[in-house]
Design a protein around this ligand. Structure first.
Ligand SMILES: NC(=O)c1ccc[n+]([C@@H]2O[C@H](COP(=O)([O-])OP(=O)(O)OC[C@H]3O[C@@H](n4cnc5c(N)ncnc54)[C@H](OP(=O)(O)O)[C@@H]3O)[C@@H](O)[C@H]2O)c1
Length: 240
């Protein structure tokens, strides 16, 4: 039986490319999403990958969602914590809700998904967890104290959980993408985006498939000696 992988936010953007890359490796993939039913249906129809709706920021919803995936596809061996949101604004204008929602989904989602799946991976002696951080969690970013803090937290979470997983066959790694051509970046105003691209040494945005290749490596059998690591895929924008 093939290994089962959950990709949160796996029906569009970077997550869609990750879902496809893991399917290409022979894994059985479950793509989670939050609420964009139309996109999730189109994705599942086009790829044959099952999609499952729940909010990764909701602890009980993650436990229930992972139980539903296990029931439908089998025990979960691989989790890619990719779901994420932005609620940008300078501190003076950022509401507590904007802070809390970004922490709840981006960082809380990693905890919730690990709580739901890490025990089973440990019992079976094999697992892969990959957390999608960000260049802005490494370097900071104006107008993003919430997002930068959540993503920076993901990098700490990764190194801490990797220490728990190392002796039981579970690797935990992170990827820190730079600016990738997805809906999230399309929301950045054009003049701001132009300035960002001008600072990327390779001179372009990244592609979702370029992040997916890194995830695929971490999730492979051959990736078993790599844990607690953060792979920067950012066109040379921040050499960390
Ligand atoms: N794009 C970039 O340049 C960039 C750079 C660095 C890091 N990242 C990180 O990479 C990840 C993917 O980014 P992206 O650009 O592909 O984002 P995106 O195009 O906005 O897609 C976000 C995905 O996350 C899902 N999602 C959002 N909130 C969720 C929740 N509460 N529960 C479950 N799923 C949820 C969305 O589901 P629906 O489809 O249902 O809305 C969607 O599938 C994020 O963690 C982001 O922070 C992106």
């Amino acid at each position: 039986m093939s290994r089962v992988a959950i990709v949160t936010g796996g029906t569009r953007g970077i997550g869609e490319a990750i879902s496809l890359a893991l399917k290409d490796m022979g894994y059985t993939v479950a793509a989670n999403y939050a609420g964009n039913e139309e996109k999730a249906k189109a994705f599942s129809d086009a790829t044959g990958i099952a999609s499952f709706k729940w909010d990764v920021g909701d602890h009980q919803a993650c436990l229930d969602g992972c139980a539903a995936v296990t029931e439908a596809l089998g025990p979960v061996d691989i989790v890619v914590n990719n779901a994420g949101i932005t609620r940008d604004g300078v501190l003076a204008k950022m509401s507590f809700d904007d802070w809390n929602e970004v922490m709840r989904i981006n960082l809380g989602g990693c905890f919730n998904m690990a709580k739901a799946t890490f025990g089973g991976m440990r019992e079976r002696g094999w697992g892969r967890i990959v957390n999608i951080g960000s260049i802005n969690g490494q370097a900071g970013q104006y107008g993003q104290v919430n997002y930068a803090a959540a993503k920076s937290g993901i990098h700490g979470f990764t190194k801490a959980l990797a220490q728990e997983g190392a002796k039981v066959g579970v690797t935990v790694n992170a990827i820190a993408p730079g600016y990738i051509d997805t809906d999230m970046v399309a929301a950045v105003p054009a003049p701001v985006l132009e300035k960002i691209v001008a600072k990327i040494p390779v001179g372009r945005l990244g592609q979702a498939s370029e992040i997916a290749r890194g995830v695929a490596f971490f999730c492979s059998e051959e990736g078993g000696f790599v844990t607690g690591s953060t792979l920067s895929i950012n066109g040379g924008q921040h050499m960390y």
